[in-house]
Design a protein around this ligand. Structure first.
Ligand code: SF4
Length: 1010
């Protein structure tokens, strides 16, 4: 009916029939509100002419109602009003085996004129009729009208069956007083308290549901059958999920009268795709779709054309044309047991899972538009390759991580681009039948399990000729149906706790009734007027339309219904907090009214809140009962037991016996904090022969190391182990796209330096000196323009303005660097740039690079790449340089800088070994404005070599001995990427350890080296 109302609005707007509602008619939600109002008008048998005369809104509603009825007739559709009309006709003229029988109307309200007409016809054919209706007050218009309506249909006077004599004498039980004195003007004070009524509050709705489950279990232990217990809800949409969860945790079988609605991930993923199309292929919506994990198992989206073609090796019967029926009364709810289980592809055949694709999309910074997708995804791949070229120099683990990301990105591209093409090709506007065809193709191409979505689409097939409608309208109409997967309740409710709305308790009685949600704005709900047809117009349109006062009376009646459904016990409750919004709640006046009806006076609010809180000692910060015997599940049991153990120092021992992993974790914690000795809980510490054998393969002479790995040791041996042996790397965080990724910028700067030095060499402009500076600067601009243009094309930067500003920064850095070189280094001639060793060959390396590692006599195997090797024009000595784009250290070291600065010496020694020529010094050149063009130069002398040899031997000793403890330097943890592994207290904990352990001597020695 929503779709039909939507269609009606569209036709009316096209024909310019709307005057009053025109400004709001295209707002989301208008069509749904209209569907409700039209349904009510039709059930009240209000004609378009009746409503048209009530005013401006009524005039528009009259037009809409007429169009709506014409649509129903044209399409041969029947809404509820029409169904009741047909039934009434049949009851008056036809013969049916149920007509002519005695009739019992048990608390079933005649909700509308159409319902009343049907009842009147059926009652007229019945030889005897007994009608009972819950009352209790006759002053309210609705109740009065209801009993008067029955009286007029049946032509008898109603008899009041309420027995208030006992209550008026104050001797009735709590339930008796509730039934007779609810909303009474002057209730009589009760004489005694009993256990027929209870009221409690809980910190939030979730815990309120848990408390209900706990009490249900307590009743069950007293032999109260589950099916004689009911939980009656005023807000089933809000409360049912929490009740479901609490009963499931407690293992209580339940009958949910409205069935259960599970969030349907495939439906949500499909809606995310539609939203992506509506927002011009927005990447954030596509990332939302990916995050729901509904990508087809193959990880390959198919184009619509491909989707309609069965794969060559697939089952010929299983084609796109496999029809999925709607979930309705004819076809029933899809039964997972009845439908054949679809075979998942064998793991070995399945392409890699789409892990991390959402992150890649953020990295790619696709802002939207199908054309941008391809450019940005390819651009990101090139960016990763550029970063890879830098990392290849020394960080093997991060290189492998990046290589994996490139592979993932290629899979994402293969998957996403066809799907984005399909989304971009969706029509602006089409008939429903065309939409249904296109959407079914989209579901098959983009969803792992499209059946639930196809079933919903099938429900809309009768709407095929409606339209044309736009994507927004399609989204609006489908969204509610696709978000949740509904399952009907089981056929028999016996043996299960009844969970339903209060209205569904009419004519029923349960031994125990729970009534949750008696908080302000939850129950009673504020009665609002219909925004499309206010009460002043309703009164004129028909006496059978409900007004706001009627809705208020309905709320009061609901409280009566809940009370009257309780045979032996009524347990009401309310939440003290709105946990979702973090604000306190107060009990509603209905909660207070229950107590007033029993005790004869309104309780004082503060006392009332204390009393209800004490009735259920639930806590948000420790969600368990005081006594573990009252726990509804294992989690509550453990918490209750632990709470006791924390105060009595006993009772928690079972934890170490029940879970081996927890026991290990607790013992490890104890060792770290309480044991003075260094144990295996304090890092990578082992005396195990097999572990030592593995560690032996990481000794400095057994595998190639990079200087950056070796530099980690002095800060903390465990950091060195995590970085260099376990090869852990920090998880990447989403970065701002307002600047280039630092790694990309550094890589670009190196690229330009390499290209510029190569060009200057070809032009005979090396070494750069005062005379050659002007020409070098010109070449610098030209080379930068060339390299930047090449990379701009390849990387397709997300924001061109950001890119241009970074390039200008690089231009300034390059010019400053050349000027510095011309003034200070004009006697050093560059001979090799990007001289690689122990790395794979690449075209951005010096031709004399070698695949051989550098095996230093100090006892280490090295691999890496030296940015610049220069020869002194006079002395002929060599010097190695590593260009840095960051800031220089505050203290300039003499040799190894307490183990933190090894690159100059290690690269210098590597060059000596590989080229067979002495190297005078190694230096770090901070060659940007940020680094102030400063240098850190370390002479390669016998003394420095001795320091280096001792340092390397000490590190090697720690690896060989299996002793790599978490022993951080002061403040080292504050800037360590592995803090998430160790926790925040390592420096505090270190102070408790034995600092005199001689195994730490080698570390102390390194930290003292100049
Ligand atoms: S967090 Fe601290 S203890 Fe842990 S590895 Fe890093 S520096 Fe070492």
């Amino acid at each position: 009916m929503d779709a039909l109302a939507s269609r009606t609005v569209s036709v009316a707007r096209t024909a310019k029939l709307l005057k009053y509602f025109e400004p709001v008619a295209n707002l989301p939600g208008f069509a749904r509100a209209l569907a409700r109002t039209l349904a009510e008008l039709r059930l009240a048998q209000v004609s378009p002419a009746d409503v048209s005369t009530t005013g401006l809104p009524g005039r528009d509603l009259g037009e809409l109602l007429a169009l709506y009825e014409a649509e129903l007739a044209d399409r041969r559709l029947a809404d509820l009003a029409r169904v009741l009309e047909l039934a009434t006709e049949a009851a008056s003229i036809a013969t049916h085996r149920w007509l002519g029988l005695p009739l019992l109307l048990l608390d079933s309200p005649l909700e509308s004129r159409a319902h009343a007409d049907l009842f009147e016809c059926v009652a007229a054919r019945a030889p005897a009729v007994l009608a009972a209706v819950t009352s209790g007050e006759t002053t309210q218009r609705a109740m009065h009208a209801q009993s008067r309506l029955l009286e007029s249909i049946l032509r008898v006077d109603a008899e009041d069956l309420d027995d208030s004599a006992q209550a008026s004498q104050g001797r009735a039980s709590s339930l008796g007083r509730l039934r007779s004195q609810l909303f009474a003007v002057s209730p009589v004070a009760g004489e005694q308290k009993d256990d027929e009524f209870d009221l409690f509050s809980a910190p939030g709705e979730g815990l309120e549901a848990v408390e209900i489950a706990r009490r249900v279990l307590q009743f069950a232990r007293k032999n109260v059958a589950f099916d004689s217990i009911a939980i009656l809800l005023r807000n089933p949409e809000r409360y049912q999920p929490m009740i479901e969860d609490a009963l499931r945790r407690a293992g209580i079988p339940a009958y949910f009268s409205r069935g259960v609605a599970r969030p349907d991930v495939s439906g949500r993923a499909f809606l995310a795709l539609l939203a992506c199309a509506a927002e011009k292929c927005s990447a954030s919506r596509f990332a939302e779709y990916l995050s729901l994990g509904q990508v087809p198992v193959s990880g390959q989206a198919t184009s619509p054309d491909a989707a309609t073609q069965p794969a060559a090796d697939s089952d010929p019967a299983a084609t796109e044309d496999d029809w999925v029926g709607p979930n309705d009364e004819m076809f029933g709810i899809a039964d997972s047991q009845a439908s054949p289980v679809k075979q998942e592809p064998e793991e070995s055949n399945a392409p890699p899972a789409p892990w991390g694709w959402e992150k890649l999309l953020v990295d790619a910074a696709v802002i939207g538009g199908s054309d941008r997708w391809e450019r940005r995804l390819i651009g990101l791949e090139h960016e990763f390759e550029l970063r890879l070229s830098v990392l290849e120099r020394e960080d093997e683990a991060q290189r492998a991580q990046l290589a994996r990301k490139i592979e993932q990105l290629r899979h994402l591209r293969r998957f996403a681009l066809p799907l984005i093409g399909t989304l971009a090709a969706l029509p602006q506007s089409a008939l429903w039948k065309d939409w249904l065809d296109r959407l079914a193709e989209l579901a098959r191409a983009g969803l792992r399990s499209p059946d639930a979505v196809l079933a919903v689409l099938a429900e809309f097939e009768p709407m095929g000729d409606v339209g044309p409608v736009g994507l927004e309208e399609v989204f609006e109409v489908l969204s509610d149906r696709l978000r949740f997967l509904r399952r009907d309740p089981p056929q028999r409710r016996y043996g299960r706790v009844f969970v339903g709305s209060i209205d569904e308790s009419r004519g029923r009685e349960f031994a125990v009734v729970f009534l949750p949600g008696l908080a302000e704005s939850l129950f009673p709900k504020r009665a609002l007027e219909d925004p499309l047809l206010l009460d002043e117009f309703r009164r004129e349109a028909s006496p059978h339309l409900l007004l706001r006062d009627d809705r208020t009376a309905e709320e009061r009646l609901r409280l009566r219904l809940a009370v009257s459904a309780a045979g032996e016990r009524l347990i009401a409750s309310y939440p003290r907090m709105d946990v979702a919004e973090g604000r306190p709640r107060v009990p509603s006046f209905y909660a207070m009214e229950l107590v007033r009806a029993i005790e004869g006076r309104l309780p004082e609010l503060k006392q009332f809140e204390i009393r209800t809180r004490d009735a259920a000692p639930a806590r948000l910060n420790w969600p368990s009962p005081p006594d573990s015997a009252d726990a509804i599940d294992n989690a509550e049991y453990d918490l209750a037991t632990l709470a006791r153990a924390l105060t009595t120092s006993s009772g928690g021992h079972y934890l170490v016996e029940s879970n081996a992993h927890l026991a290990r974790s607790l013992r490890t914690r104890w060792s770290r904090w309480e044991s003075q000795k260094w144990t295996k809980a304090d890092g990578l510490l082992t005396a195990d022969a097999a572990a030592l054998e593995i560690l032996a393969k990481h000794r400095l002479t057994e595998r190639a190391w990079s200087p950056s790995s070796l530099q980690q040791f002095a800060a903390c041996p465990y950091k060195f182990a995590l970085y260099g042996i376990h090869e852990l790397r920090p998880r990447e965080e989403f970065g701002s796209i307002e600047q280039l990724d630092p790694l990309t910028r550094g890589a670009l700067f190196h690229e330009v330096q390499f290209a510029l030095l190569s060009e200057l060499k070809a032009q005979g402009l090396l070494p750069v000196n005062e005379l050659r500076l002007a020409a070098a600067l010109e070449w610098s601009d030209r080379v930068l323009e060339r390299v930047a243009a090449e990379y701009e094309e390849n990387l397709a930067p997300a924001i061109p303005g950001v890119w241009r500003s970074e390039i200008e920064d690089i231009r300034t850095d390059l010019r400053g660097w050349l000027q510095h070189v011309a003034q200070n280094d004009d006697d050093w001639e560059p001979v090799h740039f990007e001289f690689g060793f122990g790395l794979r060959a690449g075209n951005r390396r010096d031709p004399s690079s070698t695949a051989a590692e550098a095996a230093l006599s100090e006892g280490v195997r090295l691999r890496g790449s030296i940015d610049l090797l220069e020869r002194h024009l006079v002395k002929g000595a060599l010097r190695v340089t590593d260009h840095k784009t960051g800031k220089p250290p505050e203290r300039i070291p003499l040799y190894v800088g307490a183990g933190h600065l090894l690159q100059p010496l290690l690269y210098g020694r590597a060059a000596e070994e590989l080229l067979g020529t002495p190297v005078e010094s190694g230096r770090l050149f901070y060659s940007t404005q940020r680094g102030g063009y400063q240098q850190v130069s370390i002479p390669v002398t016998d003394k420095s070599k001795q320091f280096l040899a001792k340092l390397l031997s000490n590190i090697d000793g720690f690896v060989a001995g299996g002793f790599l403890p978490a022993a951080p330097e002061k403040d080292a943890c504050d800037i360590c990427d592995f803090r998430i592994v160790c926790g925040p207290y390592e420096e505090t904990r270190l102070k408790r350890k034995d600092q005199r352990d001689e195994r730490l001597d080698g570390l102390t020695e390194i930290r003292g080296m100049p």
